[in-house]
Structures are given as structure tokens and as C-alpha cells.
Design a protein around this ligand. Structure first.
Ligand code: ADP
Ligand code: ADP
Ligand code: MG
Length: 454
């Protein structure tokens, strides 16, 4: 049944993005918010706003019962979880369904299969998708890890089975480091994710991060091509683009069809992303994980395909079958997104909460600015520091980079420090312009350049 009233269980720019899609579909909106976000833009834009608790996310945005109570009180018939928070909680997706509401996302079963990253490797292998050499299951102890490493070779990555957001990852260069890092990583995973389970992978050196956007309706799955997110800091993406700068057409076809095969194997419904590492020296790609939600960087795919992913995921959750065939999905031009965070890049990317003063926003052809900002907005210190995403589109990659520089020149946000200087410098960098960067390139570059990013 088509959704009539949608509750948004998130905050910030993605809440604004979801409200916009719902309004265009004639769907009423309910924004839940913490006490710290009562004046925030999502609460202003939604038809109704309901406070669900104190500022700390654990007491508000992560409080599944409070979200469900708000849905009942307001008569919402569906819940969109956005990204982060409860978006990849199978338990929450199940509770939403048990309450007779529609969860805008895949089934709790699909989230369970993909949410455990060690189990997801299995699902990928079963679907014929190549994975990074590593442990077959969750690992059981230091000796087992040493034995696996002896086979696949060092360095290895020790990763949290329940990990996300670039956290819970350690690199071991030899057996001594394995002995020290395994217990450490397990303890940290337990406190960060409530699950100390670990798995290991070989480190793929000089890899590119390439990911495929898919849409499914529970039966059929289509892909919307790939994105490249190799510019990362602490394993978190800062600059994303579509199509991938590094992937030749023959590899692209294999990559995209493997993502479709995996999603079909789990009867995937909604929007999802299959993440890979790509080694351009050997043309090999390796599955790393599937994100069962809308991603931060979805707008670059929207820009090159013209398909509104958030609208599609809401329609699919409301029972619509995919009416778009793979042949009908074309791509045009090149898009880049940069994450404007309230952080000081010249000071270790220290978070920089504060009050927004005057703003000058970029515009003109091929420019999109997704944010929750307005003059006078006080950035609460409780959440992550993403303020805005600047998305540019151009005829080709060079044009998109030129447009990015131009749009960044127009952008001015008074009152706080932001990551804008980082992107101004990256857009001028030769390696970035060439598209030759791998996932650890930015960290080296920052060692030489960070102090100048003011
Ligand atoms: P994407 O794959 O979409 O780029 P990220 O890894 O950047 O996603 O994470 C998406 C968002 O979710 C980020 O804002 C991040 O801070 C947040 N996030 C990631 N993991 C968690 C978590 N375990 N709990 C809460 N928020 C998280
Ligand atoms: P998360 O769930 O935190 O997003 P991922 O498994 O997606 O974790 O890994 C995050 C990032 O870490 C990747 O985008 C990539 O840059 C790096 N990474 C992950 N696995 C490997 C690996 N086996 N070899 C090299 N880099 C890796
Ligand atoms: Mg990832």
C-alpha cells in the first residue's frame, strides 16, 4: 500500500533530503528529534515534529521504542531510517514491521545477512562474488589468525564483524602485532558495537574504493553504475564521484553484474550499495561489504543517472514494483560530492561546533547543495560533524573538477571552520586531477599539507 505518512528517524542533511522526497510524492511527514534539534531545519520543514528524548543519540535517535511511540502517536504508517543510527539495525527493522508499519529499506532478514560483515563475505562467495582473501568465518583467537596470515601473507586487516563508519579496523604487519592487536580490537568492537566478533582480510595495497548502487523490489534488482570513494581519511570517505575514475568498461560491467547477483541472492528490496576494493594493477576487484541503506554519497549517482534514489526507495517500500529496466538506465557526464564538515582541517580535523553566521551558497549550472544549515543555526556538539554536501555535475571529470573549484569559491559559511579548504586544495592537486589516488593516498598528502589548510 502506498505510504501516506512517513516518519523520519534521523537528523541533519539526510532528514531534509527525505522530507523533500516525501513532499514531492504528496506524503505527509513526521520528524522525530532530540531536545538539541528542536529548532533544526528538519523539524521546521516537516508537517509535524515530535521530541523523542535528550540530546545524546543513545537516548533519542537510537531509542527504537521512542521512535515507535512517536509513529503511533502521529499515525505514521512508515519509517525512513536514513543512514547511521538505526538504519542497519535488523532488530529495529523487525520491530517496525511488527508494529504494522513499513520500514523503508530491506527486510530484517537481508539486513541480518549483510550486517555481520563476516557472514556477508560468505553470502558474497555463495553468489560468485570475489572476496578479499581472509578468514572464512569470525576468527576464534590469536593462533588461528596467525595461521591464516601465514597462508595469505602480511599485512592483514583485523576488522569488527559488526563494524561501520571506518571504525574497529586494525592493521597487523607480523605475528607479534597480531598477538597484541586481536584482543585490543575485540575489546574495542565490543564497546563500540556491542559485539566483539572479528574477521581478518589481507590488506590490498594501493586499492581503490569502488561501490555499486543497486535498487531492488524483492524480486528484481538493477544497478545504477558505480561510485569511487578512494579519497578517505581514517577510512572515512571525504570526496566521492561517479563514475569511478579508475575502472575500465570491461571491469565496470563485471563489477555491476556481480553486485546485482549478490542483491538478488538475498531478495533485496530498496536501495543498497555493494562496496569493493579494486586493484587497477591487476584489474581484480574484491567485495568488502554491503550497506543496506541509502548512503551519504547517493547524490553523485542521482546526478549521472537522473534517478531520484530516495523517491524510488519510498515508492518501493510502498509496494511499487521496479518499473525501470536495466537497459533504460543510462549515465551521462561526471559528478563529484565533497563533505563539508564543521571541522578544522589545519588542526587535526578537530570538530568545530558553533553558531552559523552569514552564508553565501553556491549555485549555477550543475551545482547541488544538500544541507541543514541556515544563518543563526547552532551546531549541536552531540552528533557527527557533517553540515552539508556540495555536489557538482559536469560533461566530463575535468569539467566537474573545474565546477567544484568554482562552486567552492562561491561557498562561504561564517561562524565555524569547515573542511572547505581541504577540497579547494584537492581540486587543484595533480594526482587528484589525474584520478590516480588510492585509499591511503590522502593520509600521506595530509602529513605534508594539512597545516596549510586554513
Ligand atoms: P557511507 O557508507 O554512506 O559513506 P559512512 O560510513 O560515512 O557511510 O557512515 C554514514 C553515516 O553514519 C556517517 O554520518 C557516520 O558518522 C554514521 N555512522 C556510521 N556508523 C555508525 C554507527 N555505528 N552508529 C552511528 N552512526 C554511524
Ligand atoms: P566500514 O564498515 O567501516 O565502512 P569497510 O570494510 O567498508 O568498513 O572498510 C572501510 C575502508 O577501509 C575501505 O573503504 C577501504 O579504504 C579500507 N579497507 C577495508 N578493507 C580493506 C582491505 N582488505 N585492504 C585495504 N583496505 C581496506
Ligand atoms: Mg564501508
Amino acid at each position: 500500500m502506498p505510504i501516506k505518512k512517513l516518519l523520519i528517524a534521523n537528523r541533519g542533511e539526510i532528514a531534509v533530503r527525505i522530507i523533500r522526497a516525501a513532499q514531492e510524492l504528496g506524503i505527509a511527514t513526521v520528524q522525530v528529534h532530540s531536545e538539541a534539534d528542536a529548532d533544526a531545519l528538519p523539524a521546521q520543514l516537516a508537517d509535524e515534529a515530535v521530541s523523542i528524548g535528550p540530546p545524546q543519540a543513545a537516548k533519542s535517535y537510537l531509542n527504537a521504542q521512542a521512535v515507535l511511540d512517536a509513529a503511533r502517536q502521529t499515525g505514521a504508517d512508515a519509517v525512513h531510517p536514513g543512514y547511521g543510527f538505526l538504519a542497519e539495525s535488523a532488530e529495529f527493522a523487525g520491530a517496525v514491521a511488527d508494529a504494522g508499519l513499513v520500514f523503508v529499506g530491506p527486510s530484517a532478514h537481508a539486513i541480518t545477512l549483510m550486517g555481520d560483515k563476516a557472514a556477508a563475505r560468505h553470502a558474497a562467495q555463495d553468489a560468485g562474488v570475489p572476496t578479499v582473501p581472509g578468514s572464512a568465518e569470525r576468527i576464534e583467537g590469536v593462533e588461528q589468525v596467525k595461521a591464516i596470515a601465514a597462508e595469505i601473507g602480511y599485512p592483514i586487516m583485523i576488522k569488527a564483524a559488526a563494524g561501520g563508519g571506518g571504525r574497529g579496523i586494525r592493521i597487523a604487519a607480523n605475528a607479534e602485532e597480531v598477538a597484541a592487536l586481536v584482543p585490543q580490537a575485540s575489546a574495542e568492537a565490543l564497546s563500540a558495537f556491542g559485539d566483539g566478533g572479528l574477521y581478518v582480510e589481507k590488506v590490498i595495497e594501493r586499492a581503490r574504493h569502488v561501490e555499486v548502487q543497486i535498487l531492488g523490489d524483492g524480486e528484481n534488482v538493477v544497478h545504477l553504475f558505480e561510485r569511487e570513494c578512494s579519497l578517505q581519511r581514517r577510512r572515512q570517505k571525504v570526496w566521492e564521484e561517479a563514475p569511478a575514475a579508475s575502472v575500465p568498461d570491461n571491469v565496470r560491467a563485471k563489477l555491476c553484474s556481480s553486485a546485482v547477483a549478490l542483491a538478488e541472492a538475498v531478495n533485496y528490496s530498496g536501495a543498497g550499495t555493494v562496496e569493493y576494493l579494486y586493484d587497477d594493477a591487476t584489474d581484480k576487484f574484491y567485495f568488502i561489504e554491503m550497506n543496506t541503506r541509502i548512503q551519504v554519497e547517493h547524490p553523485v549517482t542521482e546526478a549521472i543517472t537522473g534517478i531520484d534514489l530516495v523517491r524510488e526507495m519510498i515508492l518501493i517500500a510502498g509496494g511499487k514494483k521496479l518499473d525501470i529496466t536495466q537497459d533504460a538506465i543510462a549515465r551521462r557526464g561526471h559528478a563529484i560530492e565533497v563533505r563539508i564538515n564543521a571541522e578544522d582541517p589545519s588542526n587535526g580535523f578537530m570538530p568545530f561546533p558553533g553558531v552559523i553566521g552569514n552564508m553565501r551558497l553556491p549555485g549555477g549550472p550543475g551545482v547541488r547543495f544538500d544541507s541543514m544549515l541556515y544563518p543563526g543555526y547552532a551546531i549541536p556538539p552531540f552528533y557527527d560533524s557533517l553540515l552539508a554536501k556540495l555536489i557538482v555535475w559536469g560533461d566530463d571529470r575535468d569539467h566537474a573538477i573545474a565546477r567544484l573549484s568554482r562552486a567552492l569559491g562561491e561557498l562561504d559559511i561564517e561562524g565555524v571552520k569547515t573542511t572547505k579548504p581541504l577540497f579547494c586544495a584537492l581540486a587543484k592537486d595533480g594526482a587528484v586531477q589525474e584520478g590516480s589516488v588510492h585509499t591511503r593516498w590522502l593520509e600521506g598528502w595530509l602529513e605534508d599539507n594539512a597545516s596549510r589548510l586554513t
